[in-house]
Structure formats: C-alpha cells, structure tokens
Design a protein around this ligand. Structure first.
Ligand SMILES: [Fe+2]
Ligand SMILES: [Fe+2]
Length: 187
C-alpha cells in the first residue's frame, strides 16, 4: 500500500544498484538524511570533549593523593579508560562518514564542550569530573534527539556513550557523598 513515488521499502534490485554508485563515499549512502558535513563537525566537537575527558581523568588519576584516595584513584583510572574508548568510537565514526578525526591539540579546549580545570584536592577533582559528566550528558542527550532516525548509527553510538557518562556521573556523585557525607550539587 505504498505510494509509488516514495515507497516505504526499497526493492532489492534498486538497493543493489544504488549500493554500486558512489563507492568512494563508503558508508555514506544515498539514504543518508541530513548534512553529513554537519554531522562530522558535531562529532569533531564530541571527539574533543572525549579527549579532554581522557586528559582530565588521567591527570586526576595520576595526581590524586591523600587519605583514602586509592579507591578514588582506581575510579579515575577506570573512567580514563572508558573515555578513551568513547574517543576511539567517535573518531572511527568520523572516519566512516568520510571525515578526518581532529586530534590537533591546538584549539582542543575550545572545541570541547567540557572544560579542563586544574584543581588541587581530591574533593575538587571529583566535583570537576561530576560537572564535566553533567555537561556531556546534557550535550549528548540533545544530540541523540537531533540525530533521531536520520543517522541511527551515530545516534546509537551516542546512546551507548551516554549510558556510560550517566554511570560516571553517578560514580562521582557517590564518591562525593562518601567523602563529604552529603551531595555537593543541588538536585
Ligand atoms: Fe565519555
Ligand atoms: Fe564520562
């Protein structure tokens, strides 16, 4: 019962023919809805955000010191590893879309949504990480809505990353509560 001009499902013959056209575009096929260059630009900013997260957690992991910091250090190290996985996934997606992942340290901080803040004590480190996670969560949630059905692969990747960022935020919040005895940020 589909409209002849805009069929809901493409027949196999057309699918096969279409796939043979524009091979140089790789994963970007004719059904890609939206502006692929804009997607790449957005993902460059996500990439920068993830790189900054890797750097911040690594710095905190190495420099965390003080009473009962071992479990916190371990948590920072684990998060640094997971941020690196996000970084790789986003870079790979940019590459799939025909872009060149921007790892240039120049301008990194301004391309990133989250900030790189140097702090001295453990509590402030946890707090800064929680802030950064909350920025990433808000940003990615918006992007997931933005991509919707236009680019399901990018959306699903961001959904997977978002789930981990929410766990990270929760971990940082729990650490704050256990070190401070109360939540530091208003609910
Ligand atoms: Fe991340
Ligand atoms: Fe995170």
């Amino acid at each position: 019962m589909s409209d002849a001009k805009t069929p809901f499902l493409t027949d196999v013959k057309t699918l096969r023919e279409r796939a043979r056209q524009h091979l140089s575009r790789g994963a970007v096929t004719t059904t890609y809805v939206g502006d692929v260059n804009k997607t790449i630009d957005i993902l460059q900013s996500v990439l920068a955000t993830e790189i900054v997260c890797v750097l911040r957690y690594t710095m905190h992991w190495i420099s965390a010191a003080g009473i009962s910091s071992d479990s916190v250090k371990e948590e920072f190290a684990q998060h640094a590893k997971e941020e690196q996985e996000h970084m790789t996934a986003v870079a790979e997606r940019i590459n799939q879309l025909g872009g060149k992942p921007n790892f240039n340290p120049e301008g990194l901080a301004s391309r990133s949504a989250s900030q790189y803040v140097e702090v001295e004590n453990l509590i402030d480190m946890i707090k800064e990480n929680l802030v950064a996670e909350r920025i990433a969560i808000d940003h990615y949630r918006e992007l997931i809505r933005y991509f919707g059905d236009n680019d399901p692969a990018t959306r699903v990747m961001l959904e997977e990353i978002l789930t981990v960022e929410e766990e990270h935020a929760n971990d940082m919040h729990d650490l704050l509560v256990s070190h401070e005895g109360k939540p530091m940020l208003d609910r």
